[in-house]
Design a protein. Sequence first.
Length: 415
Amino acid sequence: MKVLDTPRKSMWTDPVLWFVLALGLVFGAVFNILPISFPMFKVAFKSNLEQMGRTQLLFFISGILFSLIGGWLIDRCGLRRSSVLTLFLLATAVLMIGGAPTFSVILCGAFCLGLAVQATNVISNSMISVSFEEKRQSVFFIWGVSDALGAVAGPVALGWWLTHAERVGGSWRTGYFAAASIPAALAIWALISQPKRLAAAGQAGKPRMSAASAMRSVLTEPSFYVACGAMLLHGLGQCGMVSWVGQLFQKRHNIDAASAAYLISFNSFGFFAGRSILGWVTSRWKIPELVLLASCAGIGTLAYAATISSPNYVWGLAMFTLAGVFISGNGPSINSYVGLKLTGHVATAFAVVSGVSYIGAAAGSYLVGVIGGRVGLETGIWFMPLFSLTLAALALFWSIHERSLAKPVPIKIGT
């Protein structure tokens, strides 16, 4: 008698997937909440540029500090419990910013926000790696789509409220109170509803060793350094381009500030489109992570170069959008590679790799400014495609290296 295979349950019915996608939406929505708030900080607290910049500095510093021990803490608490605590911390940070009586409270809120945002990213990546091993690659891209949607919807909603609050008789602070309610509601949902898969995912991160031992174990893996190098190069190239391409076009093509902002908006739309397409592709065909990374970074390099050398604004807008389509594959490919290679300590690995991405993001925009101040912006910004090209070369080289190690060694039989 032929035994029929039991049909596999669709991942779209899995509560863990919807929880992870909700985390991605929240992550994208709050990531840029501080820069959006700068005009209100100036009005409410008479803050200067240095003070406003300090909020971003604390945001990134706290994220980097979290990368040192945050993965071990998540392992110790478990993914489910960590997600509840992180979401409540995120809601508290947003409430601190919205209800701050002094600018010092804003700074404390910025520090807590950086911790919570970084933890949300690490928890999401770890849950995907633990719960969707077979569909890991495509789920990372689907999470990236959710992140992109949040990155568009969150700033638009908050920005609209900050602009129109007085006209409708409201307070600018109400927008932050409303924003804080979303992660708080998600935390309550995870706390009081206990579907079996979500509870199982929460138990997958139980620690088996100390923080130092877990870190030492991760540091012995060559693939970990490849992932860190790849994320650093990705952050350098992407953030450097996004931060300065508007200034380049204003100088070269004499466009206004609104037209310069459209470059970033269209690049973000490219990210959304690219991750949607790549999510569909990887759900049907298995493409090795490093091969996909090399392809995306390589074509993205060409699009970056075409953007910088564009003869007019419209061409540059189209090329920067295309760059977003392909560069959008870098982050999910690197995260999927980490989940594939470092299965024993995914939370620790993701925490450190995410911290490296923060360093790259901060350094990329600063580096262009330093080099551009010395030799000109049009020269300095060309380092960004160079970083992207180096990323493609690294991914291609390591992919070939891993394939050579995987080949069986022929055994010679002596006479």
